[in-house]
Write a protein that binds this ligand. Structure first.
Ligand SMILES: Nc1ncnc2c1ncn2[C@@H]1O[C@H](COP(=O)(O)OP(=O)(O)OP(=O)(O)O)[C@@H](O)[C@H]1O
Ligand SMILES: [Mg+2]
Length: 412
């Protein structure tokens, strides 16, 4: 700090006053310094605020997008649902007869934007006006491939035991016409269009159908009757039509309809809508079977455990008029089936004939289960070979399981 002297004259005193009001340079420096610091702090604060601002702007952009999406979704939800229908035929440029899945037909106007409609196209129609508003991009003929099993089976005749009579009959009815259609033309007879395999579960019906497909090198199209009527409500009849078209395009082909009773059971009344739907599917099936030619290279094999409830219409002459019963195997049959399923097993002192005698009323599937279970008995005892004792235990186990199932069926 500067030491101030006492003034000796008024002028000097004034000078002194002036001098005393002058701010020392150090103070100015300090002020300046604190100002610079404040500016820096403010600048930093400013940077933080702009950073927060840009973050908020980004967030607000996201929220706006979310809002727009939700709005769009809401708007689309408010739109009325459109009906799916099939074009039966076009009447000029802007009118068409369309058919709803329930079979009802309508004469409709076609919206201007919808171009080049053809019979068989799938269209979307407005529920109120019944106008065609859009052509649906549903590949009707390809969709069917998702609903069925399409394969070239690998099961051969050698894998089937005890059914030589049935095999002979199937060969005659299915294989021969597919392989030698000319022979039938020359002799002048029409082979059946298909067969119906019936009998208890697990007796080899599916196996027979697959084996005939393999021996004829035909495409095997497997459809399950209950799925046809349960999974595709309203679409069953159309699906049947598409399945037959697919078979024709993949010929030679075998259409295997398992559990045909689900579609072709005799019904007392046709009043319920579900019943009507099953009935329509059934009618379409009959129409398709009637519609193709006996010597064509598509054959139908149907299977059921419930021939007692079948509608006779399906087995009338010209349809699936060859019935083949596939029964539980007799002792000789059981021995043959045992031979097939133990072919790759490491057996010791096992007499298949004796085992077959013990397996009264066992189906082919039961016998297969016995072989697998006997193998497990050996594995559990850390053996690499299977003994008669393993088989006896397995037979008991499978017999108990069968009895339990029967009991459940009897007492619900
Ligand atoms: N005769 C048989 N010879 C060899 N194996 C058989 C025989 N019958 C059944 N099997 C065995 O049982 C399995 C089931 O048979 P399959 O599916 O053919 O019976 P299914 O008669 O079609 O039965 P479901 O009526 O229940 O459909 C077959 O994969 C096969 O391993
Ligand atoms: Mg089967």
């Amino acid at each position: 700090m500067a030491v101030m002297e006492q003034p000796s004259s008024p002028v000097q005193a004034e000078k002194k006053v002036l001098y005393s009001e002058t701010i020392p340079i150090q103070d100015v420096d300090a002020d300046n310094h604190s100002l610079v610091e404040s500016i820096e702090r403010l600048e930093q604060e400013n940077r933080m605020i702009s950073h927060t601002l840009s973050k908020l702007e980004e967030e607000s952009g996201l929220l706006r997008e979310l809002f727009n999406n939700a709005n769009r979704e809401l708007a689309s939800m408010k739109k009325p649902a459109l009906l799916v229908a099939e074009v039966v035929n076009c009447q000029g440029e802007n009118k068409a007869i369309i058919k709803l899945p329930n079979g009802n037909r309508f004469f409709c106007h076609i919206a201007q934007e919808v171009k080049e409609l053809q019979s068989g196209d799938c269209v979307l129609i407005d529920q109120k006006t019944l106008n065609v508003v859009e052509k649906a991009a549903i590949a009707t003929s390809l969709d069917v491939e998702k609903f069925i099993i399409l394969e070239k089976p690998t099961e051969s005749w050698e894998m089937i035991g005890g059914l030589s009579k049935e095999i002979e009959e199937i060969t005659e009815v299915i294989e021969l016409p597919l392989k030698k259609p000319k022979l039938f033309e020359k002799v002048g007879i029409q082979p059946p269009k298909g067969i119906l395999l019936h009998g208890p579960p697990g007796t080899g019906k599916t196996l027979l159908a697959k084996a005939v497909a393999k021996s004829t090198e035909a495409t095997f199209i497997e459809v399950v009757g209950s799925e046809l009527v349960q999974k595709f409500i309203g679409e069953g009849a159309k699906l049947v039509k598409d399945i037959f078209n697919l078979a024709k395009s993949k010929a030679p082909a075998i259409i295997f309809i398992d559990e045909i009773d689900a579609v072709a059971a005799l019904r007392m009344e046709h009043g319920l809508s579900g019943e009507r739907e099953v009935n329509r599917t059934f009618m379409q099936l009959l129409a398709e079977i009637d519609g193709f030619d006996n010597l064509g290279n598509v054959k139908v094999i149907a299977a059921t455990n419930r021939i007692d409830i079948l509608d006779n219409a399906i087995i009338r002459p010209g349809r699936l008029d060859r019935l083949i019963e596939v029964n539980l195997p007799d002792e000789q049959g059981r021995t043959e089936i045992l031979k097939i399923h133990t072919k790759n097993m490491n057996l010791r002192k096992v007499k298949l004939k004796e085992l077959a005698a013990e397996m009264v009323d066992f189906s082919g599937a039961d016998i297969k289960a016995v072989c697998t279970e006997a193998g497990y008995c050996a594995i559990r005892e850390q053996r690499e070979y299977v003994t008669p004792q393993d088989f006896r235990q397995a037979i008991e186990k499978v017999r108990c399981e069968c009895d339990e199932e029967e009991g459940e069926e009897l007492f619900g």
